[in-house]
Design a protein around this ligand. Sequence first.
Ligand code: DGL
Length: 266
Amino acid sequence: MNFLHFTGTGKKNDAPIAVFDSGVGGISVLRALIAEMPGEHYWYYGDSANAPYGTKCSEEVRELTTVHVDRFIAEGAKAVVVACNTATSAAVRLLRQKYPNVPIIGIEPAVKPAALSGNHPNVIVMATPMTIREQKFHNLMERYMNTAHIIPLPCPGLMEYIEHGDIHSVELEQFLERLFEPFDKGRLNAVVLGCTHYPFVERELRRVLGNGVQLFEGGPGTARETKRRLMEKGLLREEGKRGEVLFDNSEGSEEKRRLCGKLLRM
Ligand code: DGL
């Protein structure tokens, strides 16, 4: 990676923010980051060749994530956003210990705003099996146990639709219908999209859940937190500068690059 193709690089503030996910899902976070900080440079890296992460064991996800983050930092990224709930729960704590001087921002399912969205609401948290298994998620659920009725819903197989560019099809709709079949949708108040791939199927989810259910995603909160951390360290770019986005993917196909661009423009 050569950051010279990001204009204005040389000063630390002009270095890119690395945004990382197991695939294309983190683009939902990238979208929020650009809305919050349009003048920054972003190096988006998706590890699609090793996806999905959510059905692997935490040791493997921790190893993969660490290898990528080591590279981002060695190549000069000024901050790292782990735009993947699964990788965050497996690796972020250790990465912060390893790199105490680099802002490393993770993402977690937006349980808090969903739990506070009504009077003891019924909340379903969609996430990968690994995110739901991890202690980090159990702690989060426990914190809001008295505020809301929270039901974790592991969704193995869902990220693959988005990863293959299928965000609108009969098969996808049937998959989502089967997923929510055991629940009484009339009594459901909120659904948390606890995997960064899921916001891309929001339209299909709406079709299955109806309009009475509020949807929550973690991207905007993560973007605000990233801005706060960069500000704190004096690492934001000067206002008025133009930011650039570079898509990088372990799968390296032209098709994947095109899908990244399409998802960002959505
Ligand atoms: N996008 C990832 C997340 O936020 C997970 C997808 C996967 O299973 O790799 O959890």
